[in-house]
Design a protein around this ligand. Structure first.
Ligand code: COS
Length: 377
C-alpha cells in the first residue's frame, strides 16, 4: 500500500504509540470487561480523538486517510479501543461537523474533538436495526422544546459519552422522511442509560441502551431541519463504514503479525511450522486478503478526502475487510493450534472482536444491498 510520505510518517508515529502504550494493556482492557479512560486520555493527549478535524475545533487537521491509519493501528492491538474511537469520531462528531449550525459547532465540537468528552450516536432501536427507517422514537415540539420518548439499543459509548446525536420521528411524514436528528447532553432530565450489554467481544468498549422519558431538548438542538435526520445519518454511516473497515483490517493485520511470528518459532516434527507448505499457503492467503482489504479501505478514505462519492466504496471496504477479518482470525487460531484457543494469547480475542465488523454500522447483507443498489441505479 503506497501512502504519501507524511501519511507513512504518521503511521509510524501511531505504531510506536500503540506498541508503547496500548499493546501492553490490550488483553487486560478486554478481560476486565470494562471501559477504561486511561488509554482514551492518552490518545486525546496526542490529538487522535479528533485527528481529522480542523485546528479551529482543536483537531490536528489531518485527512481521512490519517484517521483511517489511526483506527487501523489501534485495532491491530485492541479492537475495543478501535471501536471507541470510531464511534466517537465518525459517528458522533461527524454529524455535528457536517450538519450543525455555527453555534452548535462552537458549543459541542471543541471538547469532543480534543477528546475531553466522548460522543455517541443513537440510531438503532429494538424494532429498527437494518430497517433504520422504522424508527419509533418520537420528538414532539412543545413551545421551545422537543419532548422525546423512546429508546435506542446497542449504543457504543452510551454510558461514558457526554454528547449524543440521535434520531427521532417528528411530524407525520412516513418512514425515512419523518425522521429528524437531535443533539443530547448527558445529564438532561429524562435521558436514562439502560442495561450494559454483555458482549461476545469488544468487551472493553462501552455498549448500552438509552431511554428517553419525556426528555425535553431545547429546539436549538435540532440538527439541520425537521425530516433531514435519516439522510444525515446515512451520510454519517458512509463515513463510519470506512472506520469499521479499518478496524477489521487492523485486527486482521494483528492476527497475521502474530501468525508469522508463530510460524517462525514453533517447531514440530523437527522443523519450524513455517517450513511446512500447509502453513505457508495459509499465510500467503491471509496476507493477500489483508492487503486487498487495505486497498479497498484506503481507496474509500481517499475518495472521501477528494470530495468524491464514496458510499458504494465504503460499503465495499467494510464488507470485504470485515469478512477478511473473520477468515484471517479463524486461520490464525488454526496456526496457533491449542495455544490459539487459550486466553493467554490474543488470537481468541481478535476472533471474537472482529465478528462485530460484519454486523455493526450495517450488516454485511446491508452493505451488499447498498452496493447492489448503486450498481443498478
Ligand atoms: N447518502 C445520502 N442519502 C441517502 C443515503 C446515503 N448514503 N442512503 C439513503 N439515502 C437517501 C435516499 O436517497 C432516499 O432519499 P429520497 O427519499 O430523497 O429518495 C432516503 O435516504 C431514503 O433511502 P432509502 O429509500 O434507500 O431507504 P430504505 O428504507 O430503503 O433504507 C438502507 C436504506 C437499508 C440502506 C438503510 O436503512 C440502512 O443503511 N440500514 C442499515 C442501518 C445501519 O447501518 N445500522 C447500523 C446502526 S448504526 S451503528
Amino acid at each position: 500500500m503506497i501512502l504519501k510520505p507524511e501519511q507513512e510518517a504518521f503511521r509510524q508515529k501511531m505504531r510506536d504509540f500503540v506498541l508503547a502504550e496500548l499493546e501492553p494493556m490490550a488483553s487486560e482492557i478486554e478481560q476486565k470487561g470494562e471501559f477504561t479512560w486511561e488509554i482514551i486520555r492518552k490518545l486525546a493527549s496526542i490529538g487522535i480523538m479528533g485527528v481529522n478535524y480542523p485546528a479551529e475545533y482543536g483537531g490536528l487537521g489531518l485527512d481521512t486517510v490519517c484517521y483511517t491509519i489511526a483506527v487501523e493501528e489501534i485495532s491491530r492491538a485492541c479492537g475495543s479501543t478501535g471501536i471507541t474511537l470510531a464511534a466517537h469520531n465518525s459517528l458522533a462528531i461527524a454529524p455535528i461537523y457536517l450538519f450543525g449550525t455555527n453555534e452548535q459547532k462552537r458549543k459541542y465540537l471543541p471538547p469532543l474533538v480534543r477528546g475531553e468528552k466522548l460522543g455517541a450516536f443513537g440510531l438503532t432501536e429494538p424494532e429498527a436495526g437494518s430497517d433504520a427507517g422504522a424508527t419509533k422514537t418520537t420528538a414532539v415540539l412543545d413551545g421551545d422544546y422537543y419532548v422525546i420518548n423512546g429508546s435506542k439499543c446497542f449504543i457504543t459509548n452510551a454510558s461514558v459519552g457526554e454528547t449524543m446525536v440521535i434520531t427521532a420521528r417528528t411530524g407525520s411524514e412516513p418512514r425515512t422522511k419523518g425522521i429528524s436528528s437531535f443533539i443530547l447532553e448527558k445529564g438532561m432530565k429524562g435521558l436514562v442509560v439502560g442495561k450494559k450489554e454483555n458482549k461476545l467481544g469488544l468487551r472493553g468498549a462501552d455498549t448500552a441502551e438509552l431511554f428517553f422519558e419525556d426528555l425535553r431538548v431545547p429546539k436549538e438542538n435540532l440538527l439541520g431541519k425537521e425530516g433531514e435526520g435519516f439522510k444525515q445519518f446515512m451520510i454519517t454511516l458512509d463515513g463510519g463504514r470506512i472506520s469499521i473497515g479499518a478496524m477489521a483490517l487492523g485486527i486482521a493485520q494483528g492476527a497475521l503479525d502474530k501468525s508469522i511470528e508463530r510460524a517462525k518459532q514453533r517447531v514440530q516434527f523437527g522443523r519450524r511450522i513455517g517450513d511446512f507448505q500447509a502453513i505457508q499457503w495459509k499465510l500467503a492467503d491471509m496476507a493477500t486478503q489483508v492487503e486487498a482489504a487495505r486497498l479497498l479501505v484506503y481507496q474509500a478514505a481517499t475518495l472521501k478526502d477528494r470530495g468524491e462519492k464514496f458510499s458504494k466504496e465504503s460499503a465495499m471496504a467494510k464488507l470485504y475487510a470485515a469478512e477478511v477479518g473473520s477468515m484471517v482470525t479463524h486461520q490464525a487460531i488454526q496456526i496457533f493450534g491449542g495455544r490459539g484457543y487459550m486466553r493467554d494469547y490474543p488470537l481468541e480475542r481478535y476472533y471474537r472482536d472482529v465478528r462485530l465488523c460484519e454486523i455493526g454500522e450495517g450488516t454485511s447483507e446491508i452493505q451488499r444491498l447498498v452496493i447492489a443498489r448503486s450498481l443498478l441505479r
